[in-house]
Design a protein around this ligand. Structure first.
Ligand SMILES: Nc1ncnc2c1ncn2[C@@H]1O[C@H](COP(=O)(O)OP(=O)(O)OP(=O)(O)O)[C@@H](O)[C@H]1O
Ligand SMILES: [Mg+2]
Length: 326
């Protein structure tokens, strides 16, 4: 991040901002019951870009969100969440005639889950025309929530966004989800070439590369021109490999009981990006990611774990103590 130009924001988060409605616990024979009372049914904030923007903002940096919602109560709920969390919404598009995406998650008591989503919701409808390219370059880092999450943001669309970011001297980070429509990395090869830090989990990375072995998986991803691949390996932490020869495993926080891992990846990304903003080494960025994710998975909901910087600082101290003698 060598650019000296004064930036309005630290991070521009592009991607999904939706509402999740978790229903739990539900039993598999729910249809045998005429009525199914639960302790709680409520809207919670979800979507990779808004999750990241929320956590980055709570950690003390200026985040802007570029996403799309419909002109409805759900969209309003999302915009209010941004306001409460100090997230800049200049890049938010409110589109008439579409519904804001809602993800209903059915979770059994033993943790099995099924998501019911709207194929015509904002997440599926957003195209490059809904993104104001003039607002992309306002930060030091551009974070694209997840490759394959917005099906219409394809290779060509992402290249347009990433090119703008690079022209503005930004570092580009991106996560991914498993493709829903059978897309491959080759379909995204130009866009991948712009990514400086790419955050798949091991499972996704294996699936997409067709390789099993960690070294081979990483090598294949780096062959697309990705600067660093940051492969999340659950409770083991993260493996980071780079075109510059970086090759390390940064271990996860020990002694964590995972209550809800939804959004673990988004929190990891928010922590890692905070490290980049604060000029930390790549190893420290990995630690920041692990520490942030460790807080997230101990409470239900993607943005409920990390409440403020002080709490996060304490967790980082605890993490450092765990590995002090290593
Ligand atoms: N049991 C655990 N103990 C400590 N940390 C954990 C544990 N499980 C996950 N983590 C942390 O969460 C990070 C992300 O986990 P994971 O590998 O599940 O990512 P992910 O699959 O992208 O998450 P998501 O389900 O949100 O997409 C890990 O890199 C690690 O830092
Ligand atoms: Mg993930």
């Amino acid at each position: 991040m060598s650019t000296t130009q004064k930036k309005e924001l630290d991070v521009v988060c592009v991607g999904a901002a939706i509402v999740d409605i978790p229903l739990q616990p539900v039993s598999k024979n729910i249809f045998d019951c005429e009525s199914y009372p639960l302790e709680q049914i409520s809207m919670t904030i979800g979507g990779d870009a808004i999750n990241e923007a929320t956590i980055i903002s709570r950690l003390g940096h200026k985040a802007g969100l570029m996403s799309m919602v419909g002109r409805d109560a759900v969209g309003q709920f999302i915009l209010e969440h941004c306001q409460k969390n100090g997230i800049n919404t200049d890049g938010m598009k409110v589109r008439d005639g579409i519904d804001t995406s809602i993800n209903v998650g059915l979770v059994t008591s033993d943790g099995e889950r099924t998501f019911v989503s709207n194929r015509n919701g904002s997440l599926w409808k957003e195209t490059i025309d809904d993104i104001d390219l003039d607002l992309v370059g306002r930060g030091r880092i551009l974070s694209y929530g997840s490759f394959f999450n917005n099906p219409r943001l394809d290779n060509a669309a992402l290249v347009q966004i990433f090119r703008k970011a690079k022209e503005a001297g930004m570092t580009i980070c991106a996560d991914m989800i498993k493709p829903r429509l059978g897309e491959t990395f080759d379909d995204m090869k130009d866009a991948l070439g712009y990514v400086d830090y790419f955050f798949p989990n091991f499972d996704e990375a294996q699936l997409m590369t067709g390789e099993q072995d960690l070294d081979k998986v990483a090598e294949k991803i780096l062959s697309y021109g990705v600067g660093h691949v940051v492969i999340k390996i659950g409770k083991q932490g993260v493996c980071i490999k780079g075109l510059d020869g970086t090759d390390m495993v940064v271990p996860a926080m020990k002694g964590i009981t995972a209550l809800d891992t939804i959004g673990a990846g988004d929190n990891f990304a928010a922590g890692f990006i905070t490290g980049l903003l604060e000029g930390k080494s790549i190893k420290e960025c990995g630690e920041y990611g692990n520490v942030t994710a460790s807080l997230a998975i101990q409470s239900i909901g993607a943005t409920t774990g990390v409440k403020n910087r002080a709490m996060w600082d304490a967790q980082l101290e605890a993490y450092k103590k765990q590995y002090a003698s290593a």
